[in-house]
Design a protein. Structure first.
Length: 258
């Protein structure tokens, strides 16, 4: 099955388009890419970002759709309002075609795992307006969920309530990432715990978590493309990422990739 990834390029090879293609291939699908931004980065961080014109993103997408029909589309870093509008227009066209189901997975790349802001408010609003209504699942990390909700998530119940509120933005389902610390602090397990903090506690001890969000959302898109749309298979993609963290290797002087 063909899976599109619409995201930024990581020249260090640990996240973004590069991580997406790795995950899509590992899951048994074929990955096609439309690049939204180019980054100059290594394991230590990003030194520069270049955003191609929105018209060029449209050309990439038009070219792909003319020949390689997707079963799923993963959307990552968009960067600007104009890019979000281009992607939203494409998703609307796909819906209007009323052909076979195309699964839409949105990883709203707004804030890094370390808490650094990656997207301006204007682009965030455009993403909510033009992308979220088409999403079968969104996968914000804890920081991104807090930014979307405009409040902190301090407990497992906060996370669950917040996820229900995010559903009101138009998406069909929500997976909030990075809540393992809340779950570990909780005295009892909740439905939000898929078991990973119990089965792979050592995974979270590794500093090599670069590209976790990209890998997870691409794995989910691939699972859906393969027809695996039940809860257990989505949980399986989380186990896949946890195993990737556990087996990760530090390649440079900064955090290594999954």
């Amino acid at each position: 099955p063909i899976v599109y990834t619409i995201a930024g390029s990581d020249s260090g090879g640990g996240a973004g388009i590069q991580a997406d293609i790795h995950a899509i291939h590992a899951m048994g699908c074929h990955g096609c890419s439309a690049i939204t931004c180019l980054t100059a980065q290594n394991s230590k961080g990003v030194t520069d970002i270049n955003v191609p014109p929105a018209a060029f993103l449209k050309k990439q997408l038009d070219s792909l759709r003319d020949d390689l029909s997707p079963r799923a589309i993963k959307i990552g870093m968009l960067g600007t309002r104009e890019l979000a509008q281009v992607v939203g227009d494409m998703l609307k066209e796909i819906l209007q075609e009323k052909k076979s189901k195309v699964w839409i997975v949105v990883d709203p790349v707004m804030i890094s795992t370390s808490g650094s802001k990656l997207l301006d408010d204007d682009a965030v609003e455009a993403m909510i307006e033009h992308i979220f209504p088409f999403a079968d699942i969104i996968t914000p990390n804890k920081f991104e969920a807090e930014a979307l909700l405009r409040r902190k998530l301090k407990s497992p119940s906060d996370v669950e309530i917040g996820a229900r509120e995010l559903l009101k933005l138009g998406c069909r389902s929500v997976l909030i990432k990075g809540g393992h610390t809340l779950l570990e602090e909780s005295s009892s397990s909740s439905d939000l715990d898929s078991g990973d903090s119990d089965s792979h506690p050592q995974s979270w001890d590794s500093p090599n978590t670069h590209g976790t969000g990209c890998t997870l959302s691409s794995a989910i898109a691939s699972a859906l493309a393969l027809g695996e749309d039940n809860r257990s298979n989505i949980d399986g993609t989380k186990t896949y990422v946890s195993a990737g963290i556990q087996r990760s290797v530090q390649l440079g002087s900064g955090p290594g990739p999954v």
